[in-house]
Design a binder for this molecule. Sequence first.
Ligand code: GLC
Length: 794
Amino acid sequence: MRCYQILGRVKDYQKTKMGFVFQLEREVVELFILTHDLIRVRMSRTGKFASDRSWAVIKEHWTPVSFEEDLQGDSLAVILPGLIIRINLDVFQISVYRKDSLINHNMELSFRDHAVRCSMDLPDDAKIYGCGEKIGFLNRRGRRLEMWTTDAVPHLPNTDPMYQSIPFFLMMTNKSVIGVFFDNSFRTFFDFGKEVQDKLSFWAEDGELNYYLFTGSDVESILRRYSELTGNMPMPPKWSLGLQQSRYSYYPEKHVREVAAEFRRRDIPCDVIYLDIHYMDGYRVFTWDPKRFPEPKRLLADLADEGFKPIPIIDPGVKIDQDYTVYQEGLAGDYFCRTRSGQYFKGEVWPGEVYFPDFLKASTRRWWGEHDADLIAEGAAGIWNDMNEPSNFLGAIDKDVIHGEDGKEISHGQAHNLYGLEMARATYEGLRRRFPDHRPFILTRSGYAGIQRYAAVWLGDNSSWWEHLAMAVPMLLNMSLSGVSYVGVDVGGFCDDCVPELFARWIAMGCFTPFFRIHSAIDTVDQEPWSFGTEVEEIARFYIKKRYELLPYIYDCFYEASFNGLPVMRPLWMEYLQDTRTHEIDDAYLFGPAFYVAPISRPGSDFRALYLPEGTWYDYWSDKIYEGPQFVVAEAPLSTIPLFVRGGSIIPSEPCMNYVGEKTPDRLIYDIYPATDSEYLHYEDDGSTNRYEAGEYCTTKVSCQKENSSLLIKIGKRIGDYQPQKRSLLLRIHSCQVEMVALDGRELVMVSSLKDLDGVEEGWVNCDNILAVRIMDSDTAKEVSVLGGRKGSS
Ligand code: GLC
């Protein structure tokens, strides 16, 4: 095997507006200082750069930042506030320091044949996270991973690559975190100390060495920057955060109606019902089977009347069939992928022989997006994009397939990882074009960096295995750390038959994941919430209702994700970086800022051990208080998922409904868990249009402060253009004993029960260790003072 050739001596260099250009023997390296915490490195082996194209990056122009240069012998230092980049001009190498501490050492660029590579030191204490959708534990150290979007089933411990290719990772040492985004869509590899224990490297089969180094001082600022670079997730429609029910496939239409009716009959909330491939006529996309679904419009309208949002699946492969309009249009518009010699590339998927649309072409995306929009016009509420790696039953797509506009073609080698991203883009743009005010919902299986701009992602065909329930946590966390917050797995497992105990455990966990969908494969046992007997149905109903109550909180988490790039699902270490014990915890996680979720992922377990980091923790079910750090053995009978709330949390919720928008909620509840002084921002908008983009939303700051023996709860002035409906506010202050409650200095009346509290406009009652205070909501600031204190902890 020929070794990679590293870069030698810098012959000359120039300072530019954005950084430096280094001339070497033949190669040129450009260093861009995009911000004080974001650097980009580009290498050309020929002395000339190809045109600067990225499908992931949306922010191309950055305001130049000032920096100093200091040349000492062969060492050039680039000095920024808080950051020093040292370039060794003898053997081209880059090292980065934050203040005095080295955060990235000996970055070395190299090449071999068409391949390009970068390697750097991997410190002993370094752990690796991110890299999108990968099987395995949270920390990727010691592994080699490949990015080549693949229909990968079954999911085994060594299955790789997977459906998504997101070449972004975080390296965390005990002192610092950095992020690296290798924006090269060819087949890429990442070696995190597998080949050489103390080296990290990444390389691509072809294309340019082009990567970004994020040096922000914490993971939050790195993720925020990454989202700025590759795009924020738009706010999802609120209904899409409810329960979604799917099966491969519900048909004929009578069966779809029955499943939908069963949810309502059994008092189990649900918003979405999916139509998998059997709704189509011979799996021809954008058609309906005339026998199974004779009146699609009517079905979709009837489902909508019951509060269901139907979502049909769409696969990319277009059946080769002379009598099929979509196929004819594809030929006429020249929308399908061709090989270099001009032949259409033929593949095989569900409908038999197919051509694949070339989503790298704007004209194809437009055409496809119009068909997606037609489905919405018929009454579908969103679009589910599947098989978009693209999956081909005949094997890999030929490398000599080319993509993109004439004159700007790229090889399949470069386009492969982008296919799912561009299909999602076609869908998203089609929906936004036709329905500018309608907030799209798109679900995708495949994607590349930036996929968060268009779609939610589910992690493909898992199995109804306990191992896959356990594996969902690190997989979802690493996706969340790769810029994709709206993510979930098939609850209950897709392949194989689920069993009652597994389903009960999975639904409890699914309720605390961003995308909450039950889905199951053809020929497996039924997998609806009522399919596993009354005990499990009861558990499922309870957790699904819990999810609906918590929707205001979950929506706030999405606001943070959408506006600030912060993941909804977070590893514990994100909040407890200094506590190294948290660094590899991947059987528990944080769901938003408040919840610590510790799923049960083994059969027959009615307890589990877990680690609570520093601070006050409330057991969500009993309000028992724990002071961390400590190890706890949590009781977990089948009906209970161990769940804790961080002390200081403020959690908004509302009364449960059968589906989002069924009624206008008459109250907003804030559960307050006093500990240290704390603050929370509650976000609201209409939940379904795009008006929030023009500022039609509002936020309310809620805080809880301790003052001697009293608590002061401030509900700030509502800020912004959105006006919620008239409602009351119910504050539930946990573990609290009181003698007196006042609103803006005026004493409130104590009532004798929770029921009585419902009947008054203002009042309070102490009940089961919780102080409940009811007041009317308004857009002005209010102060509730509570005389009394917090109870003790264990
Ligand atoms: C793929 C999808 C799965 C879907 C099936 C049939 O396997 O991953 O979710 O049900 O195709 O469309």
